[in-house]
Design a protein around this ligand. Structure first.
Ligand code: ZN
Ligand code: ZN
Length: 307
């Protein structure tokens, strides 16, 4: 697989980050030495010394791999059942041997369909799930594997942090209560090292965005500003409101979407709101798998398809 770089430095805002660079170096050395790993845990792959977000092309669905500077791995969603193999193959190709955490954003099949296959293929540290009730076969199968492999299972809800690596905040900022529907129960992830932040919306739509905006505006909250936004619900017009975009102020947006999908995603309205604000948009239907990297200085976006 070859990646083509589309974007280089995002400018001087990122250049004043020596603390973060030093931290990454320390983390990567610690990781090389096997620091803090239980004896029965496989060693991490070669540390990347950078944060990577892989938006894996699974057509109409979501599958996001996060590689931390210290070589930890988190998977968020795994596409439809037919995409399970694609996701497993991709993870192996980039050197994943185990998943420290797996996040199920919500129980729709375009997010959890392939997850049973992934959970079968890798040792998994912890599964996080907002727990929105679902009676589908896909969800039942998933819970059965979690049970069979006795994978620790935690609620994904606002305020819960995933203890992934020192120096990285990996936390759920939504949902904050019972949801009206599955999309609006989506586990929304905020990932930040203090200089770089990504906000991953799952299939959140307007109702969950409004709750998120209300909750994040309180005193002492980190706010929603992020360089990278994983656009909610495949870019449908039911979300990615002007209010959300004005709070997040992303530089880059990634839309995970299938070419020629029957839903008309992404919607012209959402694309227009992103364009108006000068956000650089990447789409898995046009760009293939999209990889965002942050090395403590620059954000880079790599794509697998030529436009
Ligand atoms: Zn979806
Ligand atoms: Zn959904």
């Amino acid at each position: 697989m070859t990646f083509r770089s589309l974007r280089g430095s995002t400018g001087r805002r990122f250049l004043a980050a020596p603390v973060s660079l030093a931290l990454i170096l320390v983390l990567s050395l610690a990781s090389l030495a096997g620091c803090g790993l239980a004896a029965d845990q496989p060693p991490p792959v070669i540390p990347h010394a950078q944060l990577e977000l892989h938006f894996i092309d699974v057509g109409q669905g979501d599958a996001i791999l996060i590689q931390t500077p210290g070589g930890r791995h988190v998977l968020i969603d795994a596409g439809e059942a037919a995409d399970g193999k694609t996701v497993v193959t991709y993870l192996k190709k980039v050197g994943v041997q185990s998943l420290d955490a797996v996040i199920i954003t919500h129980p729709h099949t375009d997010h959890i369909g392939g997850m049973a296959q992934v959970l079968s293929a890798f040792p998994v540290g912890t599964v996080y799930d907002p727990g929105y009730a679902s009676t589908t076969d896909a969800y039942g199968k998933l819970l059965a594997i979690i049970e069979r492999k006795q994978i620790p299972y935690h609620a994904a809800k606002a305020g819960v942090a995933v203890p992934i690596e020192t120096g990285l905040t990996f936390a759920f900022v939504a949902p904050d209560g019972p949801a009206s529907d599955a999309n609006n129960s989506s586990a929304v992830v905020r990932l930040s090292d203090g200089n770089f932040t990504a906000l991953l919306m799952g299939d959140a739509e307007k109702a969950e965005e409004e709750a998120l905006l209300a909750a994040s505006s309180g005193a002492g909250q980190p706010g929603l500003a992020a360089q990278v936004l994983k656009v909610g619900h495949h870019g449908s017009d039911t979300g990615t409101t002007a209010a959300l975009l004005d709070a997040v102020k992303p530089q880059y947006a990634v839309i995970s979407v299938g070419a020629g999908n029957k839903f008309g995603h992404p919607s012209p309205g959402t694309l227009g709101r992103l364009e108006t604000r000068g956000v650089k948009v990447f789409r898995t239907d046009r760009d293939g798998t999209v990889v965002v990297t942050w090395d403590g200085v620059n954000v880079e976006v790599l794509v697998t398809k030529k436009k």
